[in-house]
Design a protein around this ligand. Structure first.
Ligand code: HEM
Length: 498
């Protein structure tokens, strides 16, 4: 037979397999797919937008084949509840993502790890040693110091009406906070003192950013059977990133080990605690420490993204900004900064944060996987189906939210809808067993800086770079960044010195 004949026979066989698979199972609605690639050709650079378009056409549950991997997209609060709460245990696993193998030490982290004993053990370690109320409170001083650093940089810029790249300041703030909590290290100063930065630390900060950027990019290995994964042409690049990541982390880890080995030394940060807990596991234990530290650092980017989007919305909606400033003036006054103990009294500001999460969720897709075959909404879901809950689409669905595309914090006043995983129309941190364990830390870190930025300054766009340069432009990756980093000009509102 000629090559063309072989190809036709192969295509017909594949088509037959796909159709007989469909006949046997009552799968959710699905667009017409192509042999081999399935529905990959329907997906663009920003997965959450492609999925949103598909759910507008096919409904709140859509079945897809991503290469050879079955997938469903969920886009309604009711079905999100079904997957994340009612059938939580069955959907608590994660599909294979190549970053887990190459940047998280062959799945030694928490977020990429399949549901099972290792995941339970590591998650428990973080829950009891890092994310307790007491531990998060104990780092209040670190957050406050870093917040003051950002404010004083902005006060200097205000004096000269100098344009400021907020993305840079915000990511530095979050990185400094999380680095100190995890490893007692502080590498960066703000603004004028940037020359003091360690170039190695700058490289590492960039690596963490590159890793989060890579997560939702196209990787062939994620759409083929396990034995074919080595064909992925991005593997060499990932190995190169990993070598830099490992060199940096190993040096810090060795310092920690040396200090812990001296008899009098007590654990002072999370890296110490992890090293002690996993000591008996030798090199594997150390890999867990490095993988988890990288992941927790990349978790911080979500807080920076939230602040950047919120500032953009407030600059676009000056009346909302004014109302927020009035609330702080009433509750806190102009003689001091906002403290974490004020948060509960700042009802309108809390509503602003919820509204920002609704319309710009920093992590737009919750990515899970079914461990066993099951039914959702009466449809068959095969075992091992990648399950994407599209929090972004739910947050902007006009059937769920009135004036869904407008930024209206008032919608959250006088009701109890919250971001804590109980209200399935608002899921910025996910829900169920895989829900974000860093929620409380992430919220406190973001709110402390955001509220003080609102309190301390009036905000304007850089001339010639107004709202139309930013609106609705988003960047792909696991963190939903503004496509263009936000640049601002600020004027101080508070009497100096703050
Ligand atoms: C505004 C801040 C944050 C947002 C919006 C956010 C959002 C999320 C979301 C949506 C998930 C996936 C949930 C799911 O699959 O259902 C997640 C998982 C995770 N987040 Fe966060 N996060 C934030 C801050 C943080 C911080 C500060 C840390 C740690 C320092 C962190 C650590 C993690 C980890 C370890 C996971 C994986 C959990 C698992 O798979 O069991 N996050 N986060």
């Amino acid at each position: 037979m000629e090559f063309a004949q072989y190809a036709v026979v192969l295509l017909i066989t594949l088509l037959f397999l796909v159709l007989s698979f469909k006949r046997r199972l009552n799968l959710p609605p699905s667009p017409w797919g192509l042999p081999l690639i399935g529905h990959l050709h329907l997906l663009g650079r920003m997965l959450h937008l492609s999925f949103q378009a598909l759910s507008t056409k096919y409904g709140p549950i859509v079945f897809l084949r991503l290469g050879m991997v079955p997938a469903v997209v969920i886009s309604s609060p009711e079905l999100a509840k079904e997957v994340l709460k009612i059938q939580d245990a069955n959907f608590a696993s994660r599909p294979y993502l190549i970053m887990g193998e190459y940047n998280f030490y062959n799945f030694r982290d928490i977020g990429f790890v399949p549901y099972g004993d290792y995941w339970k053990r590591m998650r428990k370690l973080c829950a009891t040693e890092l994310f307790t109320v007491k531990r998060i409170e104990s780092f209040q001083g670190v957050r406050t110091r870093e917040m003051r650093g950002v404010l004083s940089e902005l006060v200097n810029a205000a004096d000269y009406q100098k344009p400021i790249n907020m993305r840079h300041l915000l990511t530095t703030y979050v990185f400094n906070v999380v680095m100190q909590i995890l490893m007692s290290k502080r590498f960066f100063e703000y603004g004028e003192h940037e020359a003091k930065m360690s170039s190695e630390a700058e490289d590492f900060k960039h690596i963490v950013f590159e890793i989060t950027e890579q997560m939702l990019q196209f990787h062939i290995s994620e759409f083929v059977p396990a034995f074919m994964r080595r064909i992925d042409w991005k593997i060499p690049e990932m190995k190169r990133i990993h070598a830099r990541q490992d060199k940096f982390l190993q040096r810090i880890l060795d310092d920690h080990k040396a200090r812990l080995e001296s008899e009098t030394s007590q654990p002072i940060d999370f890296m110490d605690i992890m090293l002690q807990s996993l000591k008996s596991e030798g090199a594997r234990g150390e890999e867990s420490v490095k993988a988890i530290v990288t992941e927790l650092l990349s978790g911080g980017d979500t807080s920076a993204s939230l602040i950047e989007w919120t500032l953009l919305e407030l600059m676009h909606n000056p009346l909302i900004l004014q109302k927020a400033q009035e609330e702080i003036d009433t509750v806190v006054g102009k003689e001091r900064l906002v403290a974490e103990s004020d948060f509960d009294k700042l009802e309108y500001l809390q509503a602003i944060v919820k509204e920002a999460f609704r319309i710009h969720p920093p992590a737009p897709l919750l990515i899970h996987m079914s461990t066993e075959a099951c039914k959702v909404a009466g449809y068959d879901i095969p075992k091992g189906t990648s399950t994407f809950v599209n929090g972004y689409a739910i947050g902007r669905d006009p059937a769920v939210w009135e004036d869904a595309l407008q930024f209206k914090p008032e919608r959250f006043l006088g009701n109890s809808i919250d971001v804590k995983g109980q209200d399935f129309e608002l899921l910025p941190f996910g829900a169920g067993r895989r829900m974000c364990p860093g929620m409380s830390l992430g919220l406190k870190t973001a709110q402390l800086l955001l509220f003080n930025l609102i309190h301390s300054f009036d905000w304007s766009f850089v001339p010639g770079k107004g709202m139309d340069c930013y609106e609705l432009k988003e960047q792909s990756g696991t963190v939903l960044w503004l496509e263009t980093p936000l640049e601002v000009v600020v004027s101080s509102r508070l009497p100096k010195p703050i």
